[in-house]
Design a protein around this ligand. Structure first.
Ligand code: SF4
Length: 336
């Protein structure tokens, strides 16, 4: 049986592409990229919809973390950014390179992709697809079953491993043909096509740009952006305060070595994570902001505990008694 590997996004198109290849008797192994830039914080560990889709398709799926690659691209994407801070062309090149490595590792003959010509503005225009394949060194290796009939024949077709006539000729942004096909195949596990990459979100650009403007930074700094209200205390120091219970939980899960955690001691209030220079001045500012968002915002003073770890049930290692910040007091330092 011929083996192929598939880029499995968890969206409908990659599932349909795999189904079309399975119908041709191809054994498929999935590969799914995760990163700190995924909207859903748990996705990186579980594989999110890709895992559900793999189950429905009856295939195995391997997860690969692309956070470091994407971080490097954010600093200097050779092909520039899309509408927001999304370096999609270079990201696709990097993904295809890793896919080709994976293909060789598992002894697969080709790569399956659910791309449709003309569906996405930046990376799925015809000349962009050709250029990406060239730069990733995968020309002839990528089979795109949803639009294969309108693309040049791939190595797999030339070698007679798959039948070109059984591929489709879908193009453009419409979803009608894909939805009809999903029904025909009885597929149910697919999210809407909006995707889950934070780099495409305009609301996220301000937060990411602030990190990019203050090097050095790591993937942990990007992960922290997914929760809370963020303040820039100085060139080396950030403070992130939870907006609600879920944010507080996420912030605690994103704590990195060296972070300082603040929280009101005797009344309800948010979790604050301070990263960078945790000298007296920054900690006092962060404590006053923490007090501002606590139930003690109208009190004369509030006691804010300092915790070495995310365990805010433990005894604080220090307590600051501070005046809560006024409504506009640190507005200039608020990033978003
Ligand atoms: S949307 Fe995000 S993950 Fe997808 S290609 Fe663009 S940068 Fe990469």
């Amino acid at each position: 049986m011929t083996k192929a590997m598939a880029l499995l996004s968890g969206g409908l198109d990659s599932s349909l592409a795999i189904k079309l290849m399975q119908q041709q008797g191809i054994e498929v192994i999935g590969l799914h990229f995760v990163s700190v830039f995924l909207k859903d914080a748990e996705h990186a560990a579980t594989g999110g919809n890709a895992t559900l889709a793999a189950k429905e398709l009856g295939i195995e799926v391997h997860l690969r973390d692309s956070s470091e690659t994407m971080l490097a691209l954010l600093k200097n994407p050779p092909h520039g950014f899309g509408k927001n801070l999304n370096p999609c062309i270079d990201c696709r090149i990097a993904m295809l390179r890793r896919a080709a490595e994976f293909m060789r590792e598992i002894g697969a003959k080709f790569i399956i992709s659910g791309e449709v010509v003309g569906q996405r503005p930046m990376s799925q225009r015809r000349h962009a697809i050709d250029m990406i394949d060239r730069k990733a060194d995968v020309v002839g290796l990528v089979v795109r079953p949803l639009c294969g009939k309108i693309l040049p024949p791939t190595n797999a077709e030339r070698a007679g491993l798959i039948d070109r006539e059984k591929m489709l000729a879908i193009s453009g942004r419409g979803r009608k043909e894909q939805l009809a096909l999903a029904q025909e195949f009885g597929l149910t596990e697919f999210p809407n096509p909006a995707g889950g990459c934070l780099l495409t979100e305009n609301t996220f650009v301000v937060k990411i740009q602030d990190v990019l403007d203050h090097p050095p930074f790591t993937t942990a700094d990007m992960a922290l952006l997914k929760a809370g209200r963020h303040f820039r205390l100085d060139a080396h120091t950030k403070a992130a305060v939870g907006r609600n219970e879920k944010d507080n939980e996420h912030l605690v899960s994103f704590i990195a070595p060296g972070d300082t955690i603040l929280c009101a001691v005797d009344l309800a209030g948010p979790v604050m994570v301070v990263r960078g220079d945790t000298g007296e001045r920054n900690l006092e500012t962060a404590a006053r902001i923490t007090a501002r968002y606590s139930q003690g915002r109208d009190k004369e003073t509030v006691r804010i505990g300092l915790y070495a770890t995310g365990d805010i049930e433990a005894e604080p290692i220090k307590i600051f008694t501070v005046r809560p910040a006024g409504p506009d007091e640190f507005r200039g330092q608020l990033i978003l």
